[in-house]
Every structure is written in structure tokens, then in C-alpha cells.
Design a protein around this ligand. Structure first.
Ligand SMILES: Cc1ncc(COP(=O)(O)O)c(C=O)c1O
Length: 346
């Protein structure tokens, strides 16, 4: 079908590569988290870009996500961050996916599938230290659980935990790290030494080097999504996602006239531009460097706003597509226009 709508999502794979290089610590590996279809940007191209830039592993939430990567020909180690669901064990093991384990039911199903296939199965033991999703809780239970993993005939390749709020809460993150280290020490006291210890998501990878252990596990920062309060930008992350569209219309309205678009935006919670009433409304688009897209307020780079609000917009008439591809980008990254973007219509 011919595409008429002048709107695309642009994924900058150079930015993915850049972010992975920047995030990889000198003394630890990097597992790129590509769950939820690579945070919506396309798990296959994102994974390839991350691996090209030096990521040694990939992390997914679901067996299906791992199988899709295998079907696309990606051979790198893939950790599934949850237990393999009942019935999926054999297919997942045969595809070379690595399971996380944290329940007796999960480890028994896995051990049975491994025996049936006659294959050794290496697992990553998940310890809950405060996120309180899945994982062995309390962490003191980890050695007994690890013993049951080994008794069932499985191998323990790794052990990991997940931070609850590493973007903001240094104290809480350090407490979680200490709980994890204690669990790892308790395992070692039993003679169990997983080769790969990992904990750090984006916030911890950027802010807390002591959490890096053997492997960091960033997701958001790989895509240039700021984990919080500008720390990604300060670290030099580049946004990999841009929305681009042609400007549909530009109107300058006299002060006091009804402005349905802005009113809708205010009702939808986007907030009313406080400058609107001071300066007279610039309607949806103008040198206020903002635009409204279907009632949602979005930034508009000032240079673009200036370019598309020429003198003729001073009249109340509409200017339709004064520049057919004047982009409205949610990013201000100069790198967002990759030479080899993967573009998808929205
Ligand atoms: C277990 C696990 N590790 C790492 C990540 C990556 O987290 P972030 O996107 O904060 O870097 C996630 C994402 O939710 C996760 O669930």
C-alpha cells in the first residue's frame, strides 16, 4: 500500500552502538536488555547493533522473545529473565536459551527436560533483594535453593538480582547489593561459585560502578532513554528513537479567541502553556517551541519553530506544510538522523 502519512518512527542504530560502547565498563561485560521487542524499537536490529558494539549477551523477558531472536539467526547467549513456562522447557533448551530459576517447580521442570534431552542445562539463580518481583526470598534462602538446583542435575552458571530504584536511591541500591553479596558469600561457603554475577540495570550501570560485578544489564540507557533526572544525557547517551512528521498547519491566533487544541491538551493533562495567555495564544505551533499533537504537548526545536512561522503566519490564516518534511522530533539529538535508520510507519 502506498504510504501517504508523512510520519515515521526513526530508530538510530548508530545511537544504540554508541550507547552500548559508552555503557560497557572496562572490567565487566554487557548484556543488552532487548525485552518487549527491544523496548519497542525492534529486538532484532537492536540486538544486532548491540552485539556489533561489544555486548556479549542479550536479556529477554519471555521464551518467545528469545526464540524470535534465534529465528533471526542471532547466536549470542540469551538469558530469559523469568523461568521457562510449563511446556516450553525443551524447545527453549534446544534453542540454547539460558533460564533464570527461583522456584522448586521451575527447577524440577527444567531438570526433567534436561534429562529427557540428555543435555546439561546451565541456569542463572535469581535472588530477590528488594524488587520483590520474582526471585528467591529471603536472600538467606539462596544457598539451600542452590543446593537443590545442583541436586536436580542442573548447573549454576550465574546468579543475579535486580535493583528497585537505582536511578535515585543510592542507599537502597547499596543495601540490595550488600544483601546480594551476602547471598553470594553464603553460596561460596557451600562451595558454590557461579561464574557470572550481575545486578546493574541502567541507573546502576551509569551511577554506581561498585554494582558492575561481572556483567551489567542495562535496558533503557541502551536506547538512550534517560534512566532519570538527566543522568543518561550527562553520561553522553544518545536517543535512538525519533518521531518525525511534516508540520500540518501553522496558525497565529489573536489573544482571547477560543483555542480548542490547547484546551483539549489541558483537559488531557498535558497542561496549558502558561505563556499562552500572557502573549496571546500561539495556537498549536509557533516560536514557543511547542506543538500539540492530537492534544498532547510535544517539544518543537526552536530553530524549526522559527523556520515554520514566517511572517505570513502573523495573519490568522493557516499555513499548510510550509515545509513538507520539517521534522518534529521528540529528541534533540543531532545523531538521530542515522545513515542507516530502521524506519517504521506509525
Ligand atoms: C531483570 C532486568 N534487568 C535489567 C533491566 C533493564 O532495566 P533498565 O531499563 O532500568 O536499564 C530490566 C528491565 O526492566 C529487568 O527486568
Amino acid at each position: 500500500m502506498t504510504r501517504y502519512r508523512p510520519t515515521v518512527v526513526e530508530v538510530d542504530l548508530d545511537a544504540i552502538r554508541h550507547n552500548v560502547r559508552l555503557l560497557t565498563p572496562p572490567d565487566a561485560e554487557l548484556m543488552a536488555i532487548v525485552k518487549a521487542d527491544g523496548y519497542g524499537l525492534g529486538a532484532v536490529p537492536v540486538s544486532r547493533a548491540a552485539l556489533e558494539a561489544g555486548a556479549s549477551r542479550l536479556g529477554v523477558a519471555l521464551v518467545e522473545e528469545g526464540l524470535s531472536l534465534r529465528e533471526a539467526g542471532i547466536g549470542a547467549p540469551i538469558l530469559v529473565l523469568t523461568e521457562f513456562p510449563p511446556g516450553s522447557e525443551k524447545e527453549a533448551i534446544e534453542a540454547g536459551l539460558t533460564p533464570s530459576v527461583y522456584s522448586d517447580d521451575g527447577l524440577e521442570r527444567l531438570a526433567e527436560a534436561g534429562r529427557a534431552l540428555g543435555r546439561p542445562v546451565g541456569v542463572h539463580l535469581k535472588v530477590d533483594t528488594g524488587m520483590h518481583r520474582v526471585g528467591v526470598w529471603p536472600p538467606e534462602e539462596a544457598p539451600a535453593f542452590a543446593r537443590r538446583i545442583l541436586d536436580a542435575g542442573l548447573e549454576i552458571e550465574g546468579a543475579w538480582t535486580h535493583f528497585a530504584d537505582s536511578e535515585r536511591d543510592d542507599e537502597g541500591t547499596r543495601t540490595q547489593l550488600a544483601l546480594f553479596r551476602n547471598a553470594v558469600d553464603a553460596l561460596a561457603a557451600e562451595g558454590i561459585r557461579p561464574a557470572i554475577l550481575h545486578a546493574a540495570n541502567s541507573g546502576a550501570t551509569i551511577r554506581l560502578p561498585e554494582t558492575h560485578l561481572d556483567l551489567v544489564r542495562p535496558g533503557a540507557a541502551v536506547y538512550g532513554i534517560d534512566p532519570g533526572e538527566g543522568i543518561g544525557e550527562a553520561a553522553g547517551m544518545r536517543p535512538a528513537l525519533a518521531w518525525r512528521s511534516a508540520v500540518a498547519t501553522v496558525k497565529r491566533l489573536p489573544a482571547g479567541v477560543q483555542d480548542g487544541t490547547a484546551d483539549h491538551a489541558a483537559r488531557d493533562g498535558a497542561g496549558r502553556d502558561p505563556r499562552r495567555d500572557e502573549r496571546g495564544p500561539l495556537a498549536a505551533h509557533g516560536p514557543s517551541a511547542e506543538t500539540y499533537s492530537r492534544g498532547t504537548r510535544a517539544p518543537m526545536p526552536v530553530a524549526i519553530a522559527r523556520a515554520i512561522v514566517p511572517a505570513r503566519a502573523a495573519s490568522s490564516s493557516a499555513v499548510t506544510r510550509s515545509s513538507p518534511w520539517a521534522p518534529i522530533s521528540t529528541t534533540s539529538s543531532p545523531g538521530a538522523t542515522s545513515a542507516s535508520p530502521q524506519s517504521t510507519t506509525t
